[in-house]
Design a protein around this ligand. Structure first.
Ligand SMILES: Cc1cc2nc3c(=O)[nH]c(=O)nc-3n(C[C@H](O)[C@H](O)[C@H](O)COP(=O)(O)O)c2cc1C
Length: 158
């Protein structure tokens, strides 16, 4: 197979970096604080080709980021020195072909529950994610959250 045919067959194999991290807010985030983070994120992520989802509950953040590897690395350099949060822990890094949050430069959600539902594929909590480093759990949670977020978006009347 020629290189051109190969690239047509899998045009962007592993071209994107998918990273999930958790962190702890250094103070209670007010709506204005979250708005400010999201405003910057959406503006900058559009330029950088980054999409994802930011979750916040209590004092914990979990953020899912996907985009060109160099852009994700540059963003993580900025995020990791941001004094609005600390104890940043990378839970998952993978190369992927497809985006899970393609419609969202940075979606935002506040999961309702503090504990997992216990039903496979249904997730409204990230407490267990921030506790450990079980890679499969994080990968599954990432998938579940992308579905959770899509359903939540559809449920909002336009
Ligand atoms: C929890 C959290 C998530 C963030 N997510 C993003 C993001 O997705 N994109 C982004 O550009 N900035 C994000 N930021 C803001 C960056 O940390 C940083 O303040 C911003 O990119 C501006 O960087 P600069 O001050 O070096 O210009 C986030 C900050 C926090 C606390």
């Amino acid at each position: 197979m020629t290189a051109a045919a190969e690239s047509r067959r899998s045009p962007q194999a592993g071209a994107l970096k998918y990273l999930v991290y958790s962190s702890v807010a250094t103070r209670t985030m007010l709506p204005a604080d979250l708005e400010s983070i999201l405003f910057t994120a959406r503006r900058e992520n559009l330029k950088a080709g980054i999409t994802g989802l930011l979750l916040y509950r209590g004092t914990s953040f979990v953020q899912f980021l996907e985009g060109p590897p160099d852009e994700i690395d540059a963003l993580m350099d900025r995020i990791s020195v941001d004094d609005r949060h600390s104890r940043l822990q990378v839970l998952m890094v993978e190369r992927v072909d497809q985006r899970s949050f393609e419609d969202w430069r940075m979606g935002f959600g506040i999961p309702k529950h503090t504990q997992p539902t216990g039903i496979d594929g249904v997730r409204d909590s990230f407490t267990d994610l921030t506790r450990g480093t079980d890679y499969d759990l994080v990968r599954q949670a990432a998938q579940d959250f992308s579905i959770w977020f899509k359903i939540k978006q559809r449920a909002i009347p336009s």
